[in-house]
Design a protein around this ligand. Structure first.
Ligand code: FMN
Length: 373
């Protein structure tokens, strides 16, 4: 693996860290957590930061919802001290509401405001928001200009490559956004009609990087440390953004950072450790919601994401997807481990606990390794 720095390389002890500047904000690290609705709440963002995500993004927030005070209560706006650098992401279609919403959010002291020009869902594009804005680059430019003028923070944009392959506007759109003051561009290398299924076309990211002076963050199909390295090398982008690859795997940032720093792969964490991270994720969410048991329903998909691909994992997934309270989640995990004491659990070597404290006391004894743990 070559280790050519794309950003500025600085030394920290024995390690090289790669630094990019987004406006006046210094970002050490090259793997950032993607904004994901229903996923990147304060709890998940903090978890990913602990594992070394270089920036974390909020779920997208409706500019109209913020300005007209109709936003659902699910979206709590408070930020935690230990999640910086953190960006709030805004979507909408009206210039005035972007500026007003950005001003409102600046009061919560985020590090950046990101503007969404990529959401493909009908509910959003139907109101001319998200990726639909790529059909009207004048509107996009005005939105960026007003948002940049509204707050003393770096404003960034996240876009798809275009509406469809006959309208690949990413280069024109990104240049216009930067001319209006955007300090970085994230390119999700798919068009709106691609949805999420077709392979991301990293060549678009390489193309954009060669056209822009501000940092380019590449996005699409980074699922492993090797993918992250390949995207950085193939495209020259300054950082990679990880979306689905972080679902049920917040430790992926530690794995990517380790690989970029040393060229060695950290092993996949042992199943009991993965369970402990999932459990901690749930407990933190409960604490954040003042022990509202209703959050268990909201967390079902995320709990199930932790067990994706596990041997005989179907029954466990079904249990998690129907759980209604925390003890049912815990029982499902403990039952699975008891029934699979023969599974190799030592695929990790305890490295997870270098990043977060894990409560292993409730796990079936046979499945918990001691020694290094
Ligand atoms: C569940 C889910 C929710 C998402 N929500 C947002 C969002 O709120 N804002 C946004 O810009 N992109 C959103 N995305 C897109 C991701 O940020 C990312 O661009 C996309 O998943 C491609 O990256 P990946 O291949 O690493 O997953 C979402 C994706 C998923 C899977």
């Amino acid at each position: 693996m070559t280790k050519t720095p794309v950003g500025i390389a600085a030394t920290l002890g024995d390690y090289y860290i790669f630094v990019m500047w987004i406006g006046n904000l210094m970002i050490p690290g090259r793997a950032v957590l993607a904004p994901m609705a229903g996923v990147t709440d304060i709890v998940f963002r903090r978890l990913c930061r602990r594992f070394g995500a270089a920036i974390v993004y909020s779920e997208f927030l409706s500019t109209d919802g913020l300005v007209f005070n109709t936003m659902s209560q699910e979206h709590k706006l408070a930020l935690a001290d230990d999640e910086h650098p953190v960006a709030y992401q805004l979507f909408g279609s009206r210039v005035e509401t972007f500026a007003a919403a950005a001003r409102q959010l600046a009061d919560f002291n985020p590090d950046m405001i990101d503007l969404n020009f990529g959401c493909p869902v009908k509910k959003v594009v139907g109101k001319n928001g998200g990726a639909a804005i790529l059909k009207d680059l004048d509107l996009m430019a005005r939105i960026v200009r007003e948002a940049c003028g509204a707050v003393p923070l770096p404003v960034t944009v996240k876009m798809r490559a275009g509406w469809d392959h006959d309208h690949l506007v990413y280069q024109e759109a990104a240049l216009a956004a930067v001319a209006e003051g955007a300090k970085a561009v994230t390119l999700h290398a798919r068009t709106r009609i691609d949805g999420y299924e077709t392979a991301a076309r990293w060549a678009y990211i390489a193309d954009l990087k060669s056209a822009l002076k501000v940092p380019v963050i590449g996005n699409g199909d980074v699922e492993t440390p090797e993918d992250a390295c390949a995207m950085l090398e193939q495209t020259g982008c300054d950082a990679v953004m990880v979306g689905r690859g972080a679902l049920g795997r917040p430790w992926i940032f530690a794995q990517i950072n380790h690989y970029l720093e040393t060229g060695d792969l950290l092993p996949e964490p042992a199943l009991p450790d993965r369970i402990c991270v999932a459990w901690r994720h749930l407990c933190d969410k409960l604490a954040d919601s003042k022990n509202d048991p209703g959050v268990v329903r909201l967390m079902r998909k995320q709990m199930a994401a932790y067990v994706k691909g596990w041997p005989d994992g179907h029954a466990l997934k079904a249990q998690l997807m129907s759980a209604i309270d925390p003890p049912q989640i815990r029982e499902a995990f403990a039952d699975y481990l008891s029934g699979h004491a023969d599974l190799p659990t030592a695929d990790g070597d305890g490295w997870i606990s270098e990043y977060i404290d894990l409560d292993r006391d409730w796990l079936p004894r046979a499945t918990v390794m001691d020694g290094s743990r």
